[in-house]
Write a protein that binds this ligand. Structure first.
Ligand SMILES: *[C@@H]1O[C@H](CO)[C@@H](O)[C@H](O)[C@H]1NC(C)=O
Length: 287
């Protein structure tokens, strides 16, 4: 009695197994037919695009994600052609921004400007922030950020000065100026400054915009026009957003100096502004 029961249930299990097996077999046949007809294709994940394929190169950089922390969606926006200025959204992760601030915070000193006659640093009322330089290639995280800047600007790492971290408190600003030099002293190392990457390490509640007063553009056409301070409305402006980077060129493609690259940091009205700047030269900059 018990034995018969056992045999019956065993036979039932066996037929379920056969059914599943034949269904799998039929599914395989259908899939093979679909594949053969080209209606269905297997996803190929290996990217065999050559290393010189620029669009694949950029995609790989952003997908590699070997930096510190997770970055939000990355995309590039053309701000203007006169000056040549571009915004890279989510260029740095929150963790990278916080890391740069934590490195610089204990060593901040009052910012200076370059005296155009002597080429020496001097105190100034046009620049009231405080700042600190981080040596180029000082650690893995910095090297990673510097590689990313080189990949995006197509300017070699060696042409860059060390990152400068800047802090602006309420009321602090940097009046409009050029990043290029008009003296011989400051172009001895690396030649003229060719471009600047300005990274925002914090959001700013109000004010603190980067403004290009000489830009040849319709200043009020930017989508964030209504959020700009009075100072920000005096030119083509970018609102600081943590992790975003602004690239602008001090030289045109014909190597002439571009006076439309005139730019300033608007006074912070509410909150705190932290930023980091990478200046890049025509030639290798020795550190
Ligand atoms: C500038 O842009 C604003 C907003 O898009 C538009 O209303 C205005 O007509 C533009 N001005 C010029 C001179 O094109």
């Amino acid at each position: 009695m018990a034995k018969g029961k056992y045999t019956r249930s065993h036979g039932k299990k066996w037929s379920t197994f056969t059914l599943v097996l034949s269904m799998l077999f039929m599914l395989t046949i259908v899939l093979l037919m679909l594949l053969g007809l080209g209606i269905f294709s297997l996803p190929i994940t290996t990217d065999d695009s050559p290393p010189t394929d620029l669009s694949a190169f950029r995609r790989k950089i952003s997908e590699r994600g070997d930096g510190l922390g997770e970055r939000g969606q990355q995309w590039t926006e053309i701000l203007s052609w006169e000056p040549r200025a571009f915004i890279y959204h989510n260029f740095l992760s929150k963790e990278e921004c916080e890391y740069l601030i934590s490195l610089a915070k204990p060593f901040m000193t009052k910012s200076t400007v370059v005296d155009s006659k002597t080429g020496q640093s001097k105190d100034s009322r046009v620049r009231t922030s405080s700042g600190m330089f981080l040596k180029r290639g000082r650690d893995k995280i910095i090297r990673n950020i510097e590689k990313r800047i080189a990949d995006f600007t197509f300017i070699p790492i060696e042409n860059g000065e060390g990152l400068q971290v800047l802090h602006y408190e309420v009321g602090q600003k940097y009046e409009p100026h050029y990043d290029y030099f008009l003296d011989d002293f400051n172009t001895k190392n690396g030649g003229q400054r060719i471009a600047t990457v300005l990274m925002y390490l914090s959001d700013v509640e109000e004010g603190g915009e980067t403004v290009f007063p000489a830009a040849k553009a319709n200043f009020s056409a930017v989508p964030w026009w209504n959020d700009l301070s009075e100072c920000g409305r005096k030119g083509l402006s970018v609102k600081p957003k943590m992790g975003d980077a602004l690239l602008f060129w001090s030289m045109r493609p014909d190597a002439s100096l571009d006076p439309t690259s005139l730019h300033g940091g608007c006074p912070v009205i509410r909150g705190n502004k932290w930023s980091s700047t990478k200046w890049m030269h025509l030639e290798e900059y020795r550190v």
